[in-house]
Design a protein around this ligand. Structure first.
Ligand code: AMP
Length: 272
């Protein structure tokens, strides 16, 4: 596995792949790798001749009071995991490499972001598409891999790539979960033992929501039930949002759409 930190050396490698007409699967990440990231790598490996992964904690997608400084990082561990899972090229740029100058033109996302993370984290998705525009130009991937865990991110990225004709196919990979159903996430390390135990309620609640969909199409009733289920199961009341929307518009769900769309947005698996 090659580890590259400069744009120039990356460009030379990419040129080499293109000369050999090799397809490039790209997995953009912020590092602190876990099995969720590795599922993206596995899909990229299956569908492309070359797998490029980037590790970059992108300041542009963090708000002023967010966890940019404390975001978990472990490059040694990430390098081992990436290599063991067949990544061919690991791109680890610094902030100076990705943002050498103040931007002359900024990208602003205006659809699909009025709710959920888009509302809770103003400017977050602007930062996401800004860094992706840069990374897509540098890596020139055939396919780029994203997790369904971040469903709103996928909707924004798909819209952005379609708007600006980026010659890349976006591939969406199902959420990888812990044994108790919690979605794997680098940020799970922030949880105390008690919070980690209680976090399993999120997946339980989503499974319950799916069950209720077979009995009612009343959106407000389902949300109220789920909210009280979560409240009863937890001592830590830190819920930022709970809602359901159409995919990919992230507009309010109309009743007739509930059954069709909720399971997709949250990727709720049917019980085996
Ligand atoms: P991050 O490093 O958190 O920015 O994530 C990089 C990519 O991995 C994003 O496309 C995420 O959606 C995806 N990802 C993160 N966690 C998971 C998971 N548990 N299952 C599937 N994909 C994931």
């Amino acid at each position: 596995m090659k580890i590259i930190r400069s744009r120039e050396m990356l460009a030379a490698e990419i040129k080499g792949y293109q000369k050999k007409q090799q397809s490039i699967g790209f997995v953009p990440t912020m590092g602190y790798l876990h099995e969720g990231h590795l599922a993206l790598v596995a899909a990229a490996k299956q569908e492309n001749e070359i797998v490029v992964m980037s590790i970059f904690v992108n300041p542009a997608q963090f708000g002023p009071n967010e966890d940019l400084e404390s975001y978990p990082r472990d490059e040694v561990h990430d390098r081992k995991l990436a290599e063991a899972n067949g990544v061919d090229l690991l791109f680890i740029p610094s902030v100076e490499v990705m943002y050498p100058e103040n931007l002359t033109a900024e990208i602003h996302v205006k659809q699909r972001i009025s709710v959920l993370d888009g509302a809770a984290r103003p400017g977050h998705f602007d930062g996401v598409v800004t860094v992706l525009a840069k990374l897509f130009h540098l890596v020139q991937p055939t396919n780029a891999y994203f997790g369904q865990k971040d469903a709103q991110q996928v909707a924004v990225v798909e819209g952005f790539v379609a708007d600006y004709f980026f010659p890349v196919t976006i591939r969406v990979i199902p959420t990888v979960r812990e044994q108790d159903g919690l979605a794997k996430s680098s940020r799970n390390v922030y949880l105390t033992a008690q919070e980690r135990k209680e976090a399993a309620v999120i997946h339980e609640a989503l499974v319950k929501a799916r069950e209720q969909l077979s009995k009612t199409r009343d959106r407000e009733a389902i949300l109220a039930n789920i909210r009280s289920f979560i409240d009863k199961q937890t001592t830590h009341h830190g819920m930022v949002y709970l809602d359901m929307y159409q995919y990919p518009s992230f507009e309010a769900v109309t009743d007739w759409m509930i059954r069709l769309l909720l399971p997709f947005v949250y990727n709720i698996r049917r019980p085996d």
